[in-house]
Design a protein around this ligand. Structure first.
Ligand code: UDP
Length: 452
């Protein structure tokens, strides 16, 4: 007894939160072979992500209730409705799943959770074990949420803040050149007492209590923010980019033949890849404008577009661009971005997409929607020099055509690619032997198993 390690892993089952957490678990479980990792997640999300670690005998999956009572009729409020029901079901749903995990694998010795599951800190404290949080959003998001009170005191909320949209976040210099308009909406703009805004505020207050906050990031990606966080957190551990760290999950199958299609591209850095992640999609007229812009640019393109949105493409678009474009329901994105034929990425600046693009040396056209995406768009353009923000935050036919021309064909685009290549090199060094992410991962292992 005593030496058996049991890590309870609490997932947030929305958007692309659970997959990065399970990727981290996979990496830990292949080193800590004697430890059991109990992955607590909703049945729906488990079904989607489990293949990442289903081959590992020391990773066990437990279903957590999603908060939907039998016979519940959804009120049509989109993803937030499901999130709010899930929040209401916490912590009871996690406690129930945890008791099953303890029955099977013994007392918990460490709690690892998505940073959104702030009740994990209470659960870990009750059990007298360390709590480690994975910030599935990036360091900019964590910083903005940590300083929610300061930001509300400085800029006010609601109408008061709306009058200050262009003001720079001078009270938080590490986030500059972000402005009030670039902050996650829940901090100043949305109903600040909504369950989701309270969740975000509540979790931020817990960050300093975590033994470590882990990031899918790497030292050198955005030094001012990471350096600041290192002064605020017990341990700030960037251990990514996840997709570059071995041992990887079995490679995602390429069911639509995207990679073979890219192999046939006539020249390197000539294809634009388009994806807005797992949650967002531009409004139909904007999607149509994007398609028109791509068509007008003459660029080759690979577009990951959910089936439901395909009807919004302009009439005849697929036929007219058949010889130079491919639209698929899902692409093996990390492998696509690493392909030498890809020269630009139209993205919503979701944290994972952004890290994957930078670590592949691919410049971005940024169309952010929510959360930290607006801050990232600003930082990618103004600080890192590897992004072009959509003018006024919206994709237009002419804007897309111009941006693609600039990135794929003009000297400015070459400069952006060189900057992205430099970041790619820093990312590769970070995950190499003796690199910062490798060292941080060892520190994380020590928290999970001090005898390691
Ligand atoms: N992704 C993918 N194929 C697709 C679309 C997305 O593999 O066709 C992956 C992508 O590689 C990334 C994740 O889905 O890891 C999206 O995460 P991100 O944080 O960028 O956005 P979110 O989905 O959370 O908005």
């Amino acid at each position: 007894m005593g030496s058996t390690r049991h890590v309870a892993v609490l997932a947030f089952p929305f958007g692309s939160h659970a997959a990065p957490l399970l990727n981290l678990v996979r990496k830990l479980a292949t080193v800590e072979l004697a430890a059991t990792f109990s992955f607590l997640n909703t049945p729906k999300s488990n079904a989607f992500v489990a293949s990442i670690a289903a081959d590992l005998p020391n990773v066990r999956f437990y279903d957590v209730w999603d908060g939907f009572e039998d016979g519940y009729v959804p009120k049509g409020r989109g993803p937030l409705e499901a999130i709010e029901l899930f929040i209401k079901a916490m912590p009871g749903n996690f406690r129930e799943a945890l008791s099953k995990a303890v029955e099977a694998a013994g007392e918990v010795t460490c709690v690892l959770s998505d940073a959104f599951i702030w009740i994990a800190e209470d659960m870990a404290a009750e059990m007298g074990v360390p709590w480690v949080a994975l910030a599935t959003a990036g360091p900019a998001s964590v910083t903005a949420h940590l300083y929610t009170d300061l930001l509300r005191e400085t800029f006010g909320t609601g109408e008061e803040a709306k009058a200050k949209l262009e003001e720079p976040l001078s009270c938080l210099p590490c986030l500059l050149p972000a402005r009030v308009r670039d902050l996650p909406h829940e901090i100043l703009m949305a109903e600040v007492n909504s369950p989701f805004a309270r969740l975000l505020h509540g979790k931020a207050a817990k960050f300093p209590l975590a033994k470590a906050v882990v990031f899918n990031s790497f030292d050198g990606l955005d030094p001012p923010i990471l350096n600041h966080l290192k002064t605020k957190l017990q341990k700030c551990l960037p251990v990514g980019p996840f997709h570059l760290t071995a041992p990887l999950a079995p490679p995602e199958p390429d069911v639509h033949g995207c990679l073979a299609w890219l192999d046939a591209a006539p020249s390197p850095a000539s294809v634009v890849y388009v994806s807005f992640g797992t949650v967002m999609s531009p409004p139909p007229p904007e999607l149509a404008a994007l398609a028109e812009g791509i068509e007008a640019s003459g660029a080759r393109f690979l577009w990951s577009l959910r089936d439901a949105a395909r009807g919004n493409l302009p009439r005849g678009f697929a036929e007219r661009t058949r010889d130079r474009g491919m639209v698929v329901g899902w692409a093996p994105q990390t492998r696509v971005l690493q392909h030498p034929a890809v020269g630009a990425f139209v993205t919503h600046c979701g944290w994972n997409s952004m890290v994957e693009s930078v670590a592949s040396g691919v410049p971005m056209i940024c169309r952010p929607f929510l959360g930290e995406q607006m801050m990232m768009s600003r930082i990618l353009e103004e600080v890192m020099g590897v992004g072009l923000a959509a003018k006024d935050g919206v994709l237009t036919r002419d804007g897309v055509e111009e941006s693609l021309d600039l990135i794929l064909r003009k000297p400015e685009g070459k400069t952006m690619r060189e900057k992205a290549e430099a970041l790619k090199q820093i990312a590769e060094d970070a995950v190499g032997e003796g690199g910062s992410s490798t060292r941080n991962f060892r520190t994380l292992l020590k928290i999970i198993n001090p005898k390691a």
